[in-house]
Design a binder for this molecule. Sequence first.
Ligand code: FE2
Length: 460
Amino acid sequence: MAGMGARLVAFAAAVLAAATCAGAGVTSEYRRKLEATVDMPLDADVFRVPPGYNAPQQVHITLGDQTGTAMTVSWVTADELGSSTVKYGRSPDKLKRTAEGSHTLYEYFNYTSGFIHHCTLTNLQHGSKYYYAVGFGHTVRTFSFTTPPKPGPDAPFKFGLIGDLGQTFDSNSTLVHYEENGGDAVLFMGDLSYADNYPLHDNNRWDTWARFVERSVAYQPWIWTTGNHELDFEPDLGETTPFKPFTHRYPTPFRAAASTEPFWYSVKIASAHVVVLASYSAYGKYTPQWRWLQDELTKRVDRKVTPWLIVLMHSPWYNSNNYHYMEGETMRVQFEQWLVDAKVDLVLAGHVHSYERSRRFSNIDYNIVNGKATPRPNEHAPVYVTIGDGGNIEGIANNFSSPQPAYSAFREASFGHATLEIKNRTHAYFAWHRNHDGAKAVADAVWLTNRYWMPTADDA
Ligand SMILES: [Fe+2]
């Protein structure tokens, strides 16, 4: 009898284990080394000032309109004002066209920026390579970019997905891995330089960060989201204008998207309609962002032209890490129903310095008295990805809640980046890459099917 009892216990344990495995998400225990993050020193080669008098530095581009027939080029000159002109064309030898930009500068406590130039190149052809040059009158530097394909339902495109990058040795590893994987543009989920972690928000670290990422963002557009490290709100220093360094340095095409502030806007790249939300700007009912998003989702999204509806934000709504737990909750309460109604495909967030991917879940039934506060599977809901694992100085977020919630499909405390390869109107391949592996190694992946054209169960 004793043997029978033991076998029954073993059988019951096996059944229980199988049942748990069938529905449970994965908390990866993968570790190759402890993550001690250290900022690269000021004399690191990636921060090098380009040679030549008044040479343009910190060159970066982003879309100058919603679809990429315009591109805004930004750069800094440090010795004197110099020229805000960009010459550009289809051949590096014949930069036939000229665009005149403008410049700005700003002071932050005891720091004065260089001359920050912004110049928008217009009337570009979709899907075309352009060369451009800046620095006329002193040291000229030439770069190139390829405009995205014209928006259309089956236009393929490969996005890089990066958040919370910072400027540590791990940040550099993230960027190297992304470059080897070769996306066409980056969706950046906020927290760029982490300059505000330095005494007096040392804005020289905004300059070093921009020199560090130039090798990518001078050649392909990065789409910016604002994070808490862009706020730079410091009354003790007399700095009470939120986002001051960011707004001087990083323009966004918000006016083309019918927005009234640079922090929330949208772009239409190939077959994707990308909505950028601002976690640190007002979003309550009747606020400008609230009104803009309502119109955006109900009037301006056309899934027949851009099937893939992607939303970016900094603070995640579905995060089962104890780090920054529930910080995105007020925005989720405000907007989740709209996103489910709009059948959003994918929501990308940063802020939490680890990686997590959700199943298609929603939590929209609760009405303060009915007790229905548990997230439930919902085929119309987005997949939520937290990808604040770019490698910044604050280190890894290695404290997941236990047990893993049902909505959480995969989570791991490693630095990395992801790519989203949109193939056509029905299929896109999402892949997350941890920095400890070679760039081509995939640590987590899922084929997403489009919520408008092919809303099949894709989140197992
Ligand atoms: Fe953050």
